[in-house]
Design a protein around this ligand. Structure first.
Ligand SMILES: Cc1cc2nc3c(=O)[nH]c(=O)nc-3n(C[C@H](O)[C@H](O)[C@H](O)COP(=O)(O)OP(=O)(O)OC[C@H]3O[C@@H](n4cnc5c(N)ncnc54)[C@H](O)[C@@H]3O)c2cc1C
Length: 457
């Protein structure tokens, strides 16, 4: 593929939530001239796969800013009638033991919303030109030189452009090309997820709350919620003591699980959960991996990462979808700021690098904070040999010390981006001030020279 000089060719690796949102943001937010976006996706077809995904107010507001209003309707996503984003109940007594609340979310459409991932994905897809998506393109590796970026695919073909955005998920081959020794860590948990028609459980489960519900046990949780388009989800988990390598080799992401195992696992929990597991028709398995924060998000001036590729947090706090959307908005704002500035800079490595640095400064500290919390929580798990009383005590302590996540769920990317711009402007002022000082010193010297030369004449 030849890159024409008058186009701004952007290669996006991966057509997941982050890849599609980035394509939308670059076109609508950055408003770049001659933009030519190409998305490369390994899947041969974009099917409605996955299970449930939640978006917090930050993600819902970002969808609106991106113009993806079709995802804000009550048909596509589900918002519980209480307006409470997270309700936590005790696994055995079914008592409410904690709640999270929205702090400053006046528009109910921005309340925490639960989707089938396929429906959210399809809503984004409506805003992306289909001809820009190249399916069946499994990326093997990525490269960057001074003036271009390249993706090399397993089918032997390659694509070239000016900018590369790795939106290729938690196991990102783009990230791996630039940080070959980056390793994910297995959290020790495997999630058993299921989505099915709500009619399978309606009227058949005692005390079933209408809102989404987390039941907390000493070791595992159970989650159940309605989703948009008449779907329902249940999510359980189990501990897997094996190493990351062993789990990688034996459980594929989205692999079919054994629903009897889910039922057995939760057989001592309260009757509502027992009934839900009995009615759950099947499960799929999702081993939970997470990775450390990256030291940089910018590689060779022209490459960056977005979504799970940039922050491999493994879905904790149900933040992955919202973070991916916020990343895409921040990237659009950064390109707008640099390339739509009055000086209209050319498509040089320097100006591209400047936009990518502004993007990473907006997003990297925020996501690194989340990764720190997640890794601390993984370390703090109850020991394997803990007695039941010790485990219940740990549960109570965990509820008491549960971190407030409003900084995450109500984060405002535009404000964060404005703060980065303000900071970099004030950092530039001292330079400008010292440059002015230097100039005036030189000016005085020149004036003095002229005066002396003049006196010689
Ligand atoms: C099939 C699937 C189902 C999921 N289901 C859920 C779910 O039920 N609940 C939930 O909370 N999260 C789920 N996730 C993860 C969730 O979508 C992300 O955590 C979050 O939305 C951030 O999105 P992302 O675009 O960064 O990553 P992803 O959504 O993982 O998207 C990454 C994209 O890159 C593509 N890709 C990966 N490797 C290559 C390669 N070598 N070459 C080309 N393309 C590649 C993938 O096929 C995918 O389309 C799922 C992800 C996938 C891919």
């Amino acid at each position: 593929m030849v890159v024409k000089d008058d186009t701004f060719r952007v290669l996006i690796a991966g057509a997941g939530i982050a890849g599609l949102a980035t394509s939308i943001s670059l076109r609508r937010i950055s408003d770049l001239a001659n933009l030519d976006v190409h998305i490369y996706e390994q899947a041969p077809e974009l099917l409605e796969i996955g299970a449930s995904i939640a978006l917090s107010p930050n993600g819902m507001r970002t969808l609106e800013k991106l113009g993806v209003n079709n995802a804000l309707t009550d048909e596509v996503g589900y918002r519980g009638p209480s307006g409470i984003p997270q309700i936590f109940r005790h696994w055995k007594t079914n008592q409410v033991i904690s709640v999270d609340t929205h702090n400053d979310v006046p528009d109910p459409r921005h309340h925490t919303t639960r989707f089938h991932r396929g429906h959210l994905h399809a809503a984004l897809l409506e805003h992306v030109p289909r001809e820009s998506i190249h399916l069946g393109k499994k990326i093997k590796r990525a490269e960057a030189s001074q003036d271009r970026v390249s993706l090399h695919f397993e089918d032997g073909s390659s694509a070239h452009g000016h900018i590369l955005i790795g939106a290729d998920g938690i196991r990102s081959p783009v990230r791996q090309s630039f940080i070959p020794d980056y390793k994910l860590r297995f959290s020790g948990k495997v999630f058993m997820r299921s989505t099915f028609d709500v009619s399978l459980i309606e009227g058949k489960v005692p005390d079933l709350p209408i809102d989404a519900m987390h039941w907390w046990g000493p070791r595992d949780n159970f989650f159940a919620s309605r989703l948009g388009k008449g779907q329902y989800t249940t999510v359980g988990a189990y501990d897997d003591p094996r190493t990351a390598e062993e789990v990688e080799q034996s459980i594929a992401w989205d692999q079919k699980g054994n629903v009897e195992f889910l039922r057995e696992r939760y057989k001592d929990w309260n009757p509502t959960i027992r009934a839900l597991t009995q009615l759950t028709p099947s499960t799929n398995l999702y081993p939970n991996f997470a990775g450390d924060a990256l030291s940089t998000w910018v590689f060779g001036s022209r490459v960056t990462l977005i979504g799970d590729a940039a922050h491999a947090h493994g879905g904790s706090f149900a933040a992955g979808g919202s973070l991916a959307l916020d990343d895409s908005l921040a990237l659009g704002l950064a390109f707008k700021h640099v390339f739509n500035s009055p000086s209209r800079p050319s498509l040089s490595s320097d100006s591209i690098n400047k936009a990518l640095v502004l993007y990473s400064k907006t997003r990297q500290p925020h996501t690194a904070r989340l990764l720190r919390i997640i890794h601390n929580q993984i370390k703090k798990r109850a020991p394997e040999d803990a007695t039941f009383e010790e485990e219940d005590a740990t549960l109570v302590a965990r509820m008491k010390t549960r971190p407030n996540t409003e900084w995450l769920s109500e984060h405002d990317v535009e404000t964060a981006f404005a703060a980065v711009i303000n900071q970099s402007t004030s950092e530039r002022y001292p330079e400008q001030a010292s440059a002015v000082k230097e100039e005036s010193k030189q000016g005085k010297a020149v004036d003095e020279n002229i005066r002396l030369q003049g006196s010689k004449i």
